[in-house]
Design a protein around this ligand. Structure first.
Ligand code: PEP
Length: 252
């Protein structure tokens, strides 16, 4: 029912030349997996050249951030409409942006609404920190992030949004969650809150990805779970055979 998705978050890696090289090497094999929605999220500087390379393919392009305002004196920022010139997707509220750039559930909410206006698909990142996990606060934190981050969206705006459940303690650490653990958290703290906000039908339609140290070795464990619809992949998305193996696992 829900089409699996694998999105690669390249973070602040790759010059234009390096990005072109990586995509040129990925493309021939990546194109084969039509049953998986495949998305590449390079840094801003590489969006235009990669957009040109992806033309005529069914591989999506995503930015890693937007500003919520349409235009104005916001030095160093890009609006949703600017991003929409090249991209179909945007990552919003990644834990690194929350931790290092002061993003909050409120700014996430504004950005998601701006993305909806521009007809960009938001990949909204949520997840608990290690301290919150150890204090048994995972469900509370995710509930707050879902309700505040997606609150006041209309049903129409909520349609098509993708959520990435990324426990902060699992990102870039090599310590992934377990498939069953992530599945349970998604059911209890994400889909249940989507039901409260938008009803059962939207909750069931919404794709929820897992993110946090996904590799070719552990991907199948996540994709075998009923509540997990794919992955947001960081480090492993920069490695050609590894990323292709993750996409292959999602296609099974
Ligand atoms: C991410 O950046 O969203 C991520 C999940 O990173 P990694 O796969 O490297 O843990």
């Amino acid at each position: 029912m829900r089409k699996p998705m694998v999105a690669g978050n390249w973070k602040m890696n790759k010059t234009v030349e390096q990005a072109r090289e990586l995509v040129a090497q990925l493309l021939p094999d990546l194109q084969a997996f039509h049953t998986v929605e495949r998305v590449i999220c390079p840094p801003f500087t590489a969006l235009l050249p990669i957009c040109a390379m992806l033309k005529g393919t069914d591989i999506g392009l995503g930015a890693q951030n937007i500003h919520w305002e349409a235009s104005g004196a916001y030095t160093g920022e890009e609006s949703a409409a600017m991003v929409k010139e090249f991209c179909q997707y945007v990552i919003i509220g990644h834990s690194e942006r929350r931790a290092y750039f002061g993003e909050t559930d409120e700014s996430v909410n504004k950005k998601v609404r701006a993305a909806c206006e521009a007809k960009l698909t938001s990949i909204v990142c949520i997840g608990e920190t290690l301290a919150e996990f150890e204090a048994g606060r995972t469900e509370d934190v995710l509930t707050r992030q879902v309700i505040a981050g997606l609150g006041e969206l209309t049903i129409e705006q909520a349609q098509g949004i993708v959520i990435a459940y990324e426990p902060v303690w699992a990102i870039g650490t090599g310590k992934a969650a377990t498939g069953t653990g992530a599945n349970e958290v998604i059911a209890k703290a994400i889909r249940s809150n989507l039901v409260k906000l938008f009803g059962n039908s939207i909750s069931q339609q919404t794709r929820v990805l897992y993110g946090g140290s996904v590799t070719a070795e552990n991907a199948a464990e996540f994709f075998g779970q009923p509540e997990i619809d794919g992955a947001l992949v960081g480090g492993a998305s920069l490695k050609i055979p590894g990323f292709l193996e993750i996409v292959r696992a999602a296609a099974k």
